[in-house]
Write a protein that binds this ligand. Structure first.
Ligand code: 5RP
Length: 239
């Protein structure tokens, strides 16, 4: 009988560690690295600590990531202190076959989009469960100015969506920017570029969690058989 290695099933947490560590391959010595937010990025931040002496530091997309980076001795710069970043590494709630994403499950979408926009390359790190045919199964996070929430909710209803204010401890969750999040279910986002352009223009919308203009160039996908690298077409600095 042949020697067969037993099938190993990795947990979602192990897949996140796998892609977090794999992302180190995109970290260039001497650079300032764009760092996202979330449980997958937390694995990347832990791995990045092993390279702390080789990089200048990080631009962070949230107070939570800033605290983690600083606790590990990685200097954090403000976005305004850096013109352009070579790479931005972040997770996603959904990613499709073109590198378009839904983000904002961790409520950090606004700063995530800002850092992505100043980066030449977005490397998305995600476990396989995040890969979708079409965006919209995950409720779309939208950061809004509170006084505009009802009208924006009605505008989403006209598109077939249902918007709910994200709550924490019985109160609306406040973002790092002091605004609130609407989570919109029931949308089918067939044209992510057009959808992002449309919703971004609605008065009171701070940031819509569709990342199409700031899409990923690379996705490191954690699968049962290891890290699968998916590459989408390159583009220079995104606007
Ligand atoms: C935070 C985000 C995260 O990237 C997204 O929610 C994925 O998080 P996780 O890695 O915990 O699954 O957009 O605003």
């Amino acid at each position: 009988m042949k020697n067969q290695s037993p099938a190993v099933t990795l947990s979602q947490d192990q897949l996140k560690t796998l892609v977090g560590v794999a992302a180190l391959a995109y970290v260039l010595p001497g650079e300032i690295i764009g760092v996202g937010t979330g449980s997958t990025v937390n694995k990347f931040i832990e791995a990045l600590a092993t390279m702390r002496g080789d990089i200048k530091g990080a631009v962070s997309s949230s107070l939570a990531s800033t605290q983690r980076l600083q606790a590990l001795g990685i200097p954090v710069f403000d976005s305004n202190e850096v013109d352009e970043l070579a790479v931005y590494i972040d997770g996603a709630d959904e990613i499709d076959g073109r590198g378009y994403m839904i983000k904002g499950g961790g409520a950090a979408l606004t700063r995530e989009k800002i850092v992505a926009a100043q980066s030449r390359r977005f490397v998305c790190i995600a476990d396989e469960s995040k890969l979708v045919q079409s965006l919209g199964r995950y409720p779309l996070p939208v950061e809004v100015i509170p006084t505009a929430a009802r009208r924006i909710g009605r505008q989403f209803a006209e598109l077939g969506g249902e918007a709910k204010v994200r709550m924490i401890g019985g109160q609306p969750l406040l973002t790092d920017n002091g605004q609130i999040i609407l989570d919109v279910s029931g949308l089918d986002i067939a044209d992510p570029l057009g959808f992002e352009t449309l919703v971004s223009q609605w008065p009171g919308v701070v940031t819509v969690g569709v990342f199409a203009h700031q899409k990923a160039q690379v996705c490191l996908l954690g699968t049962a058989t290891g890290v699968r690298t998916v590459t989408y077409e390159e583009s220079s600095l995104r606007t």
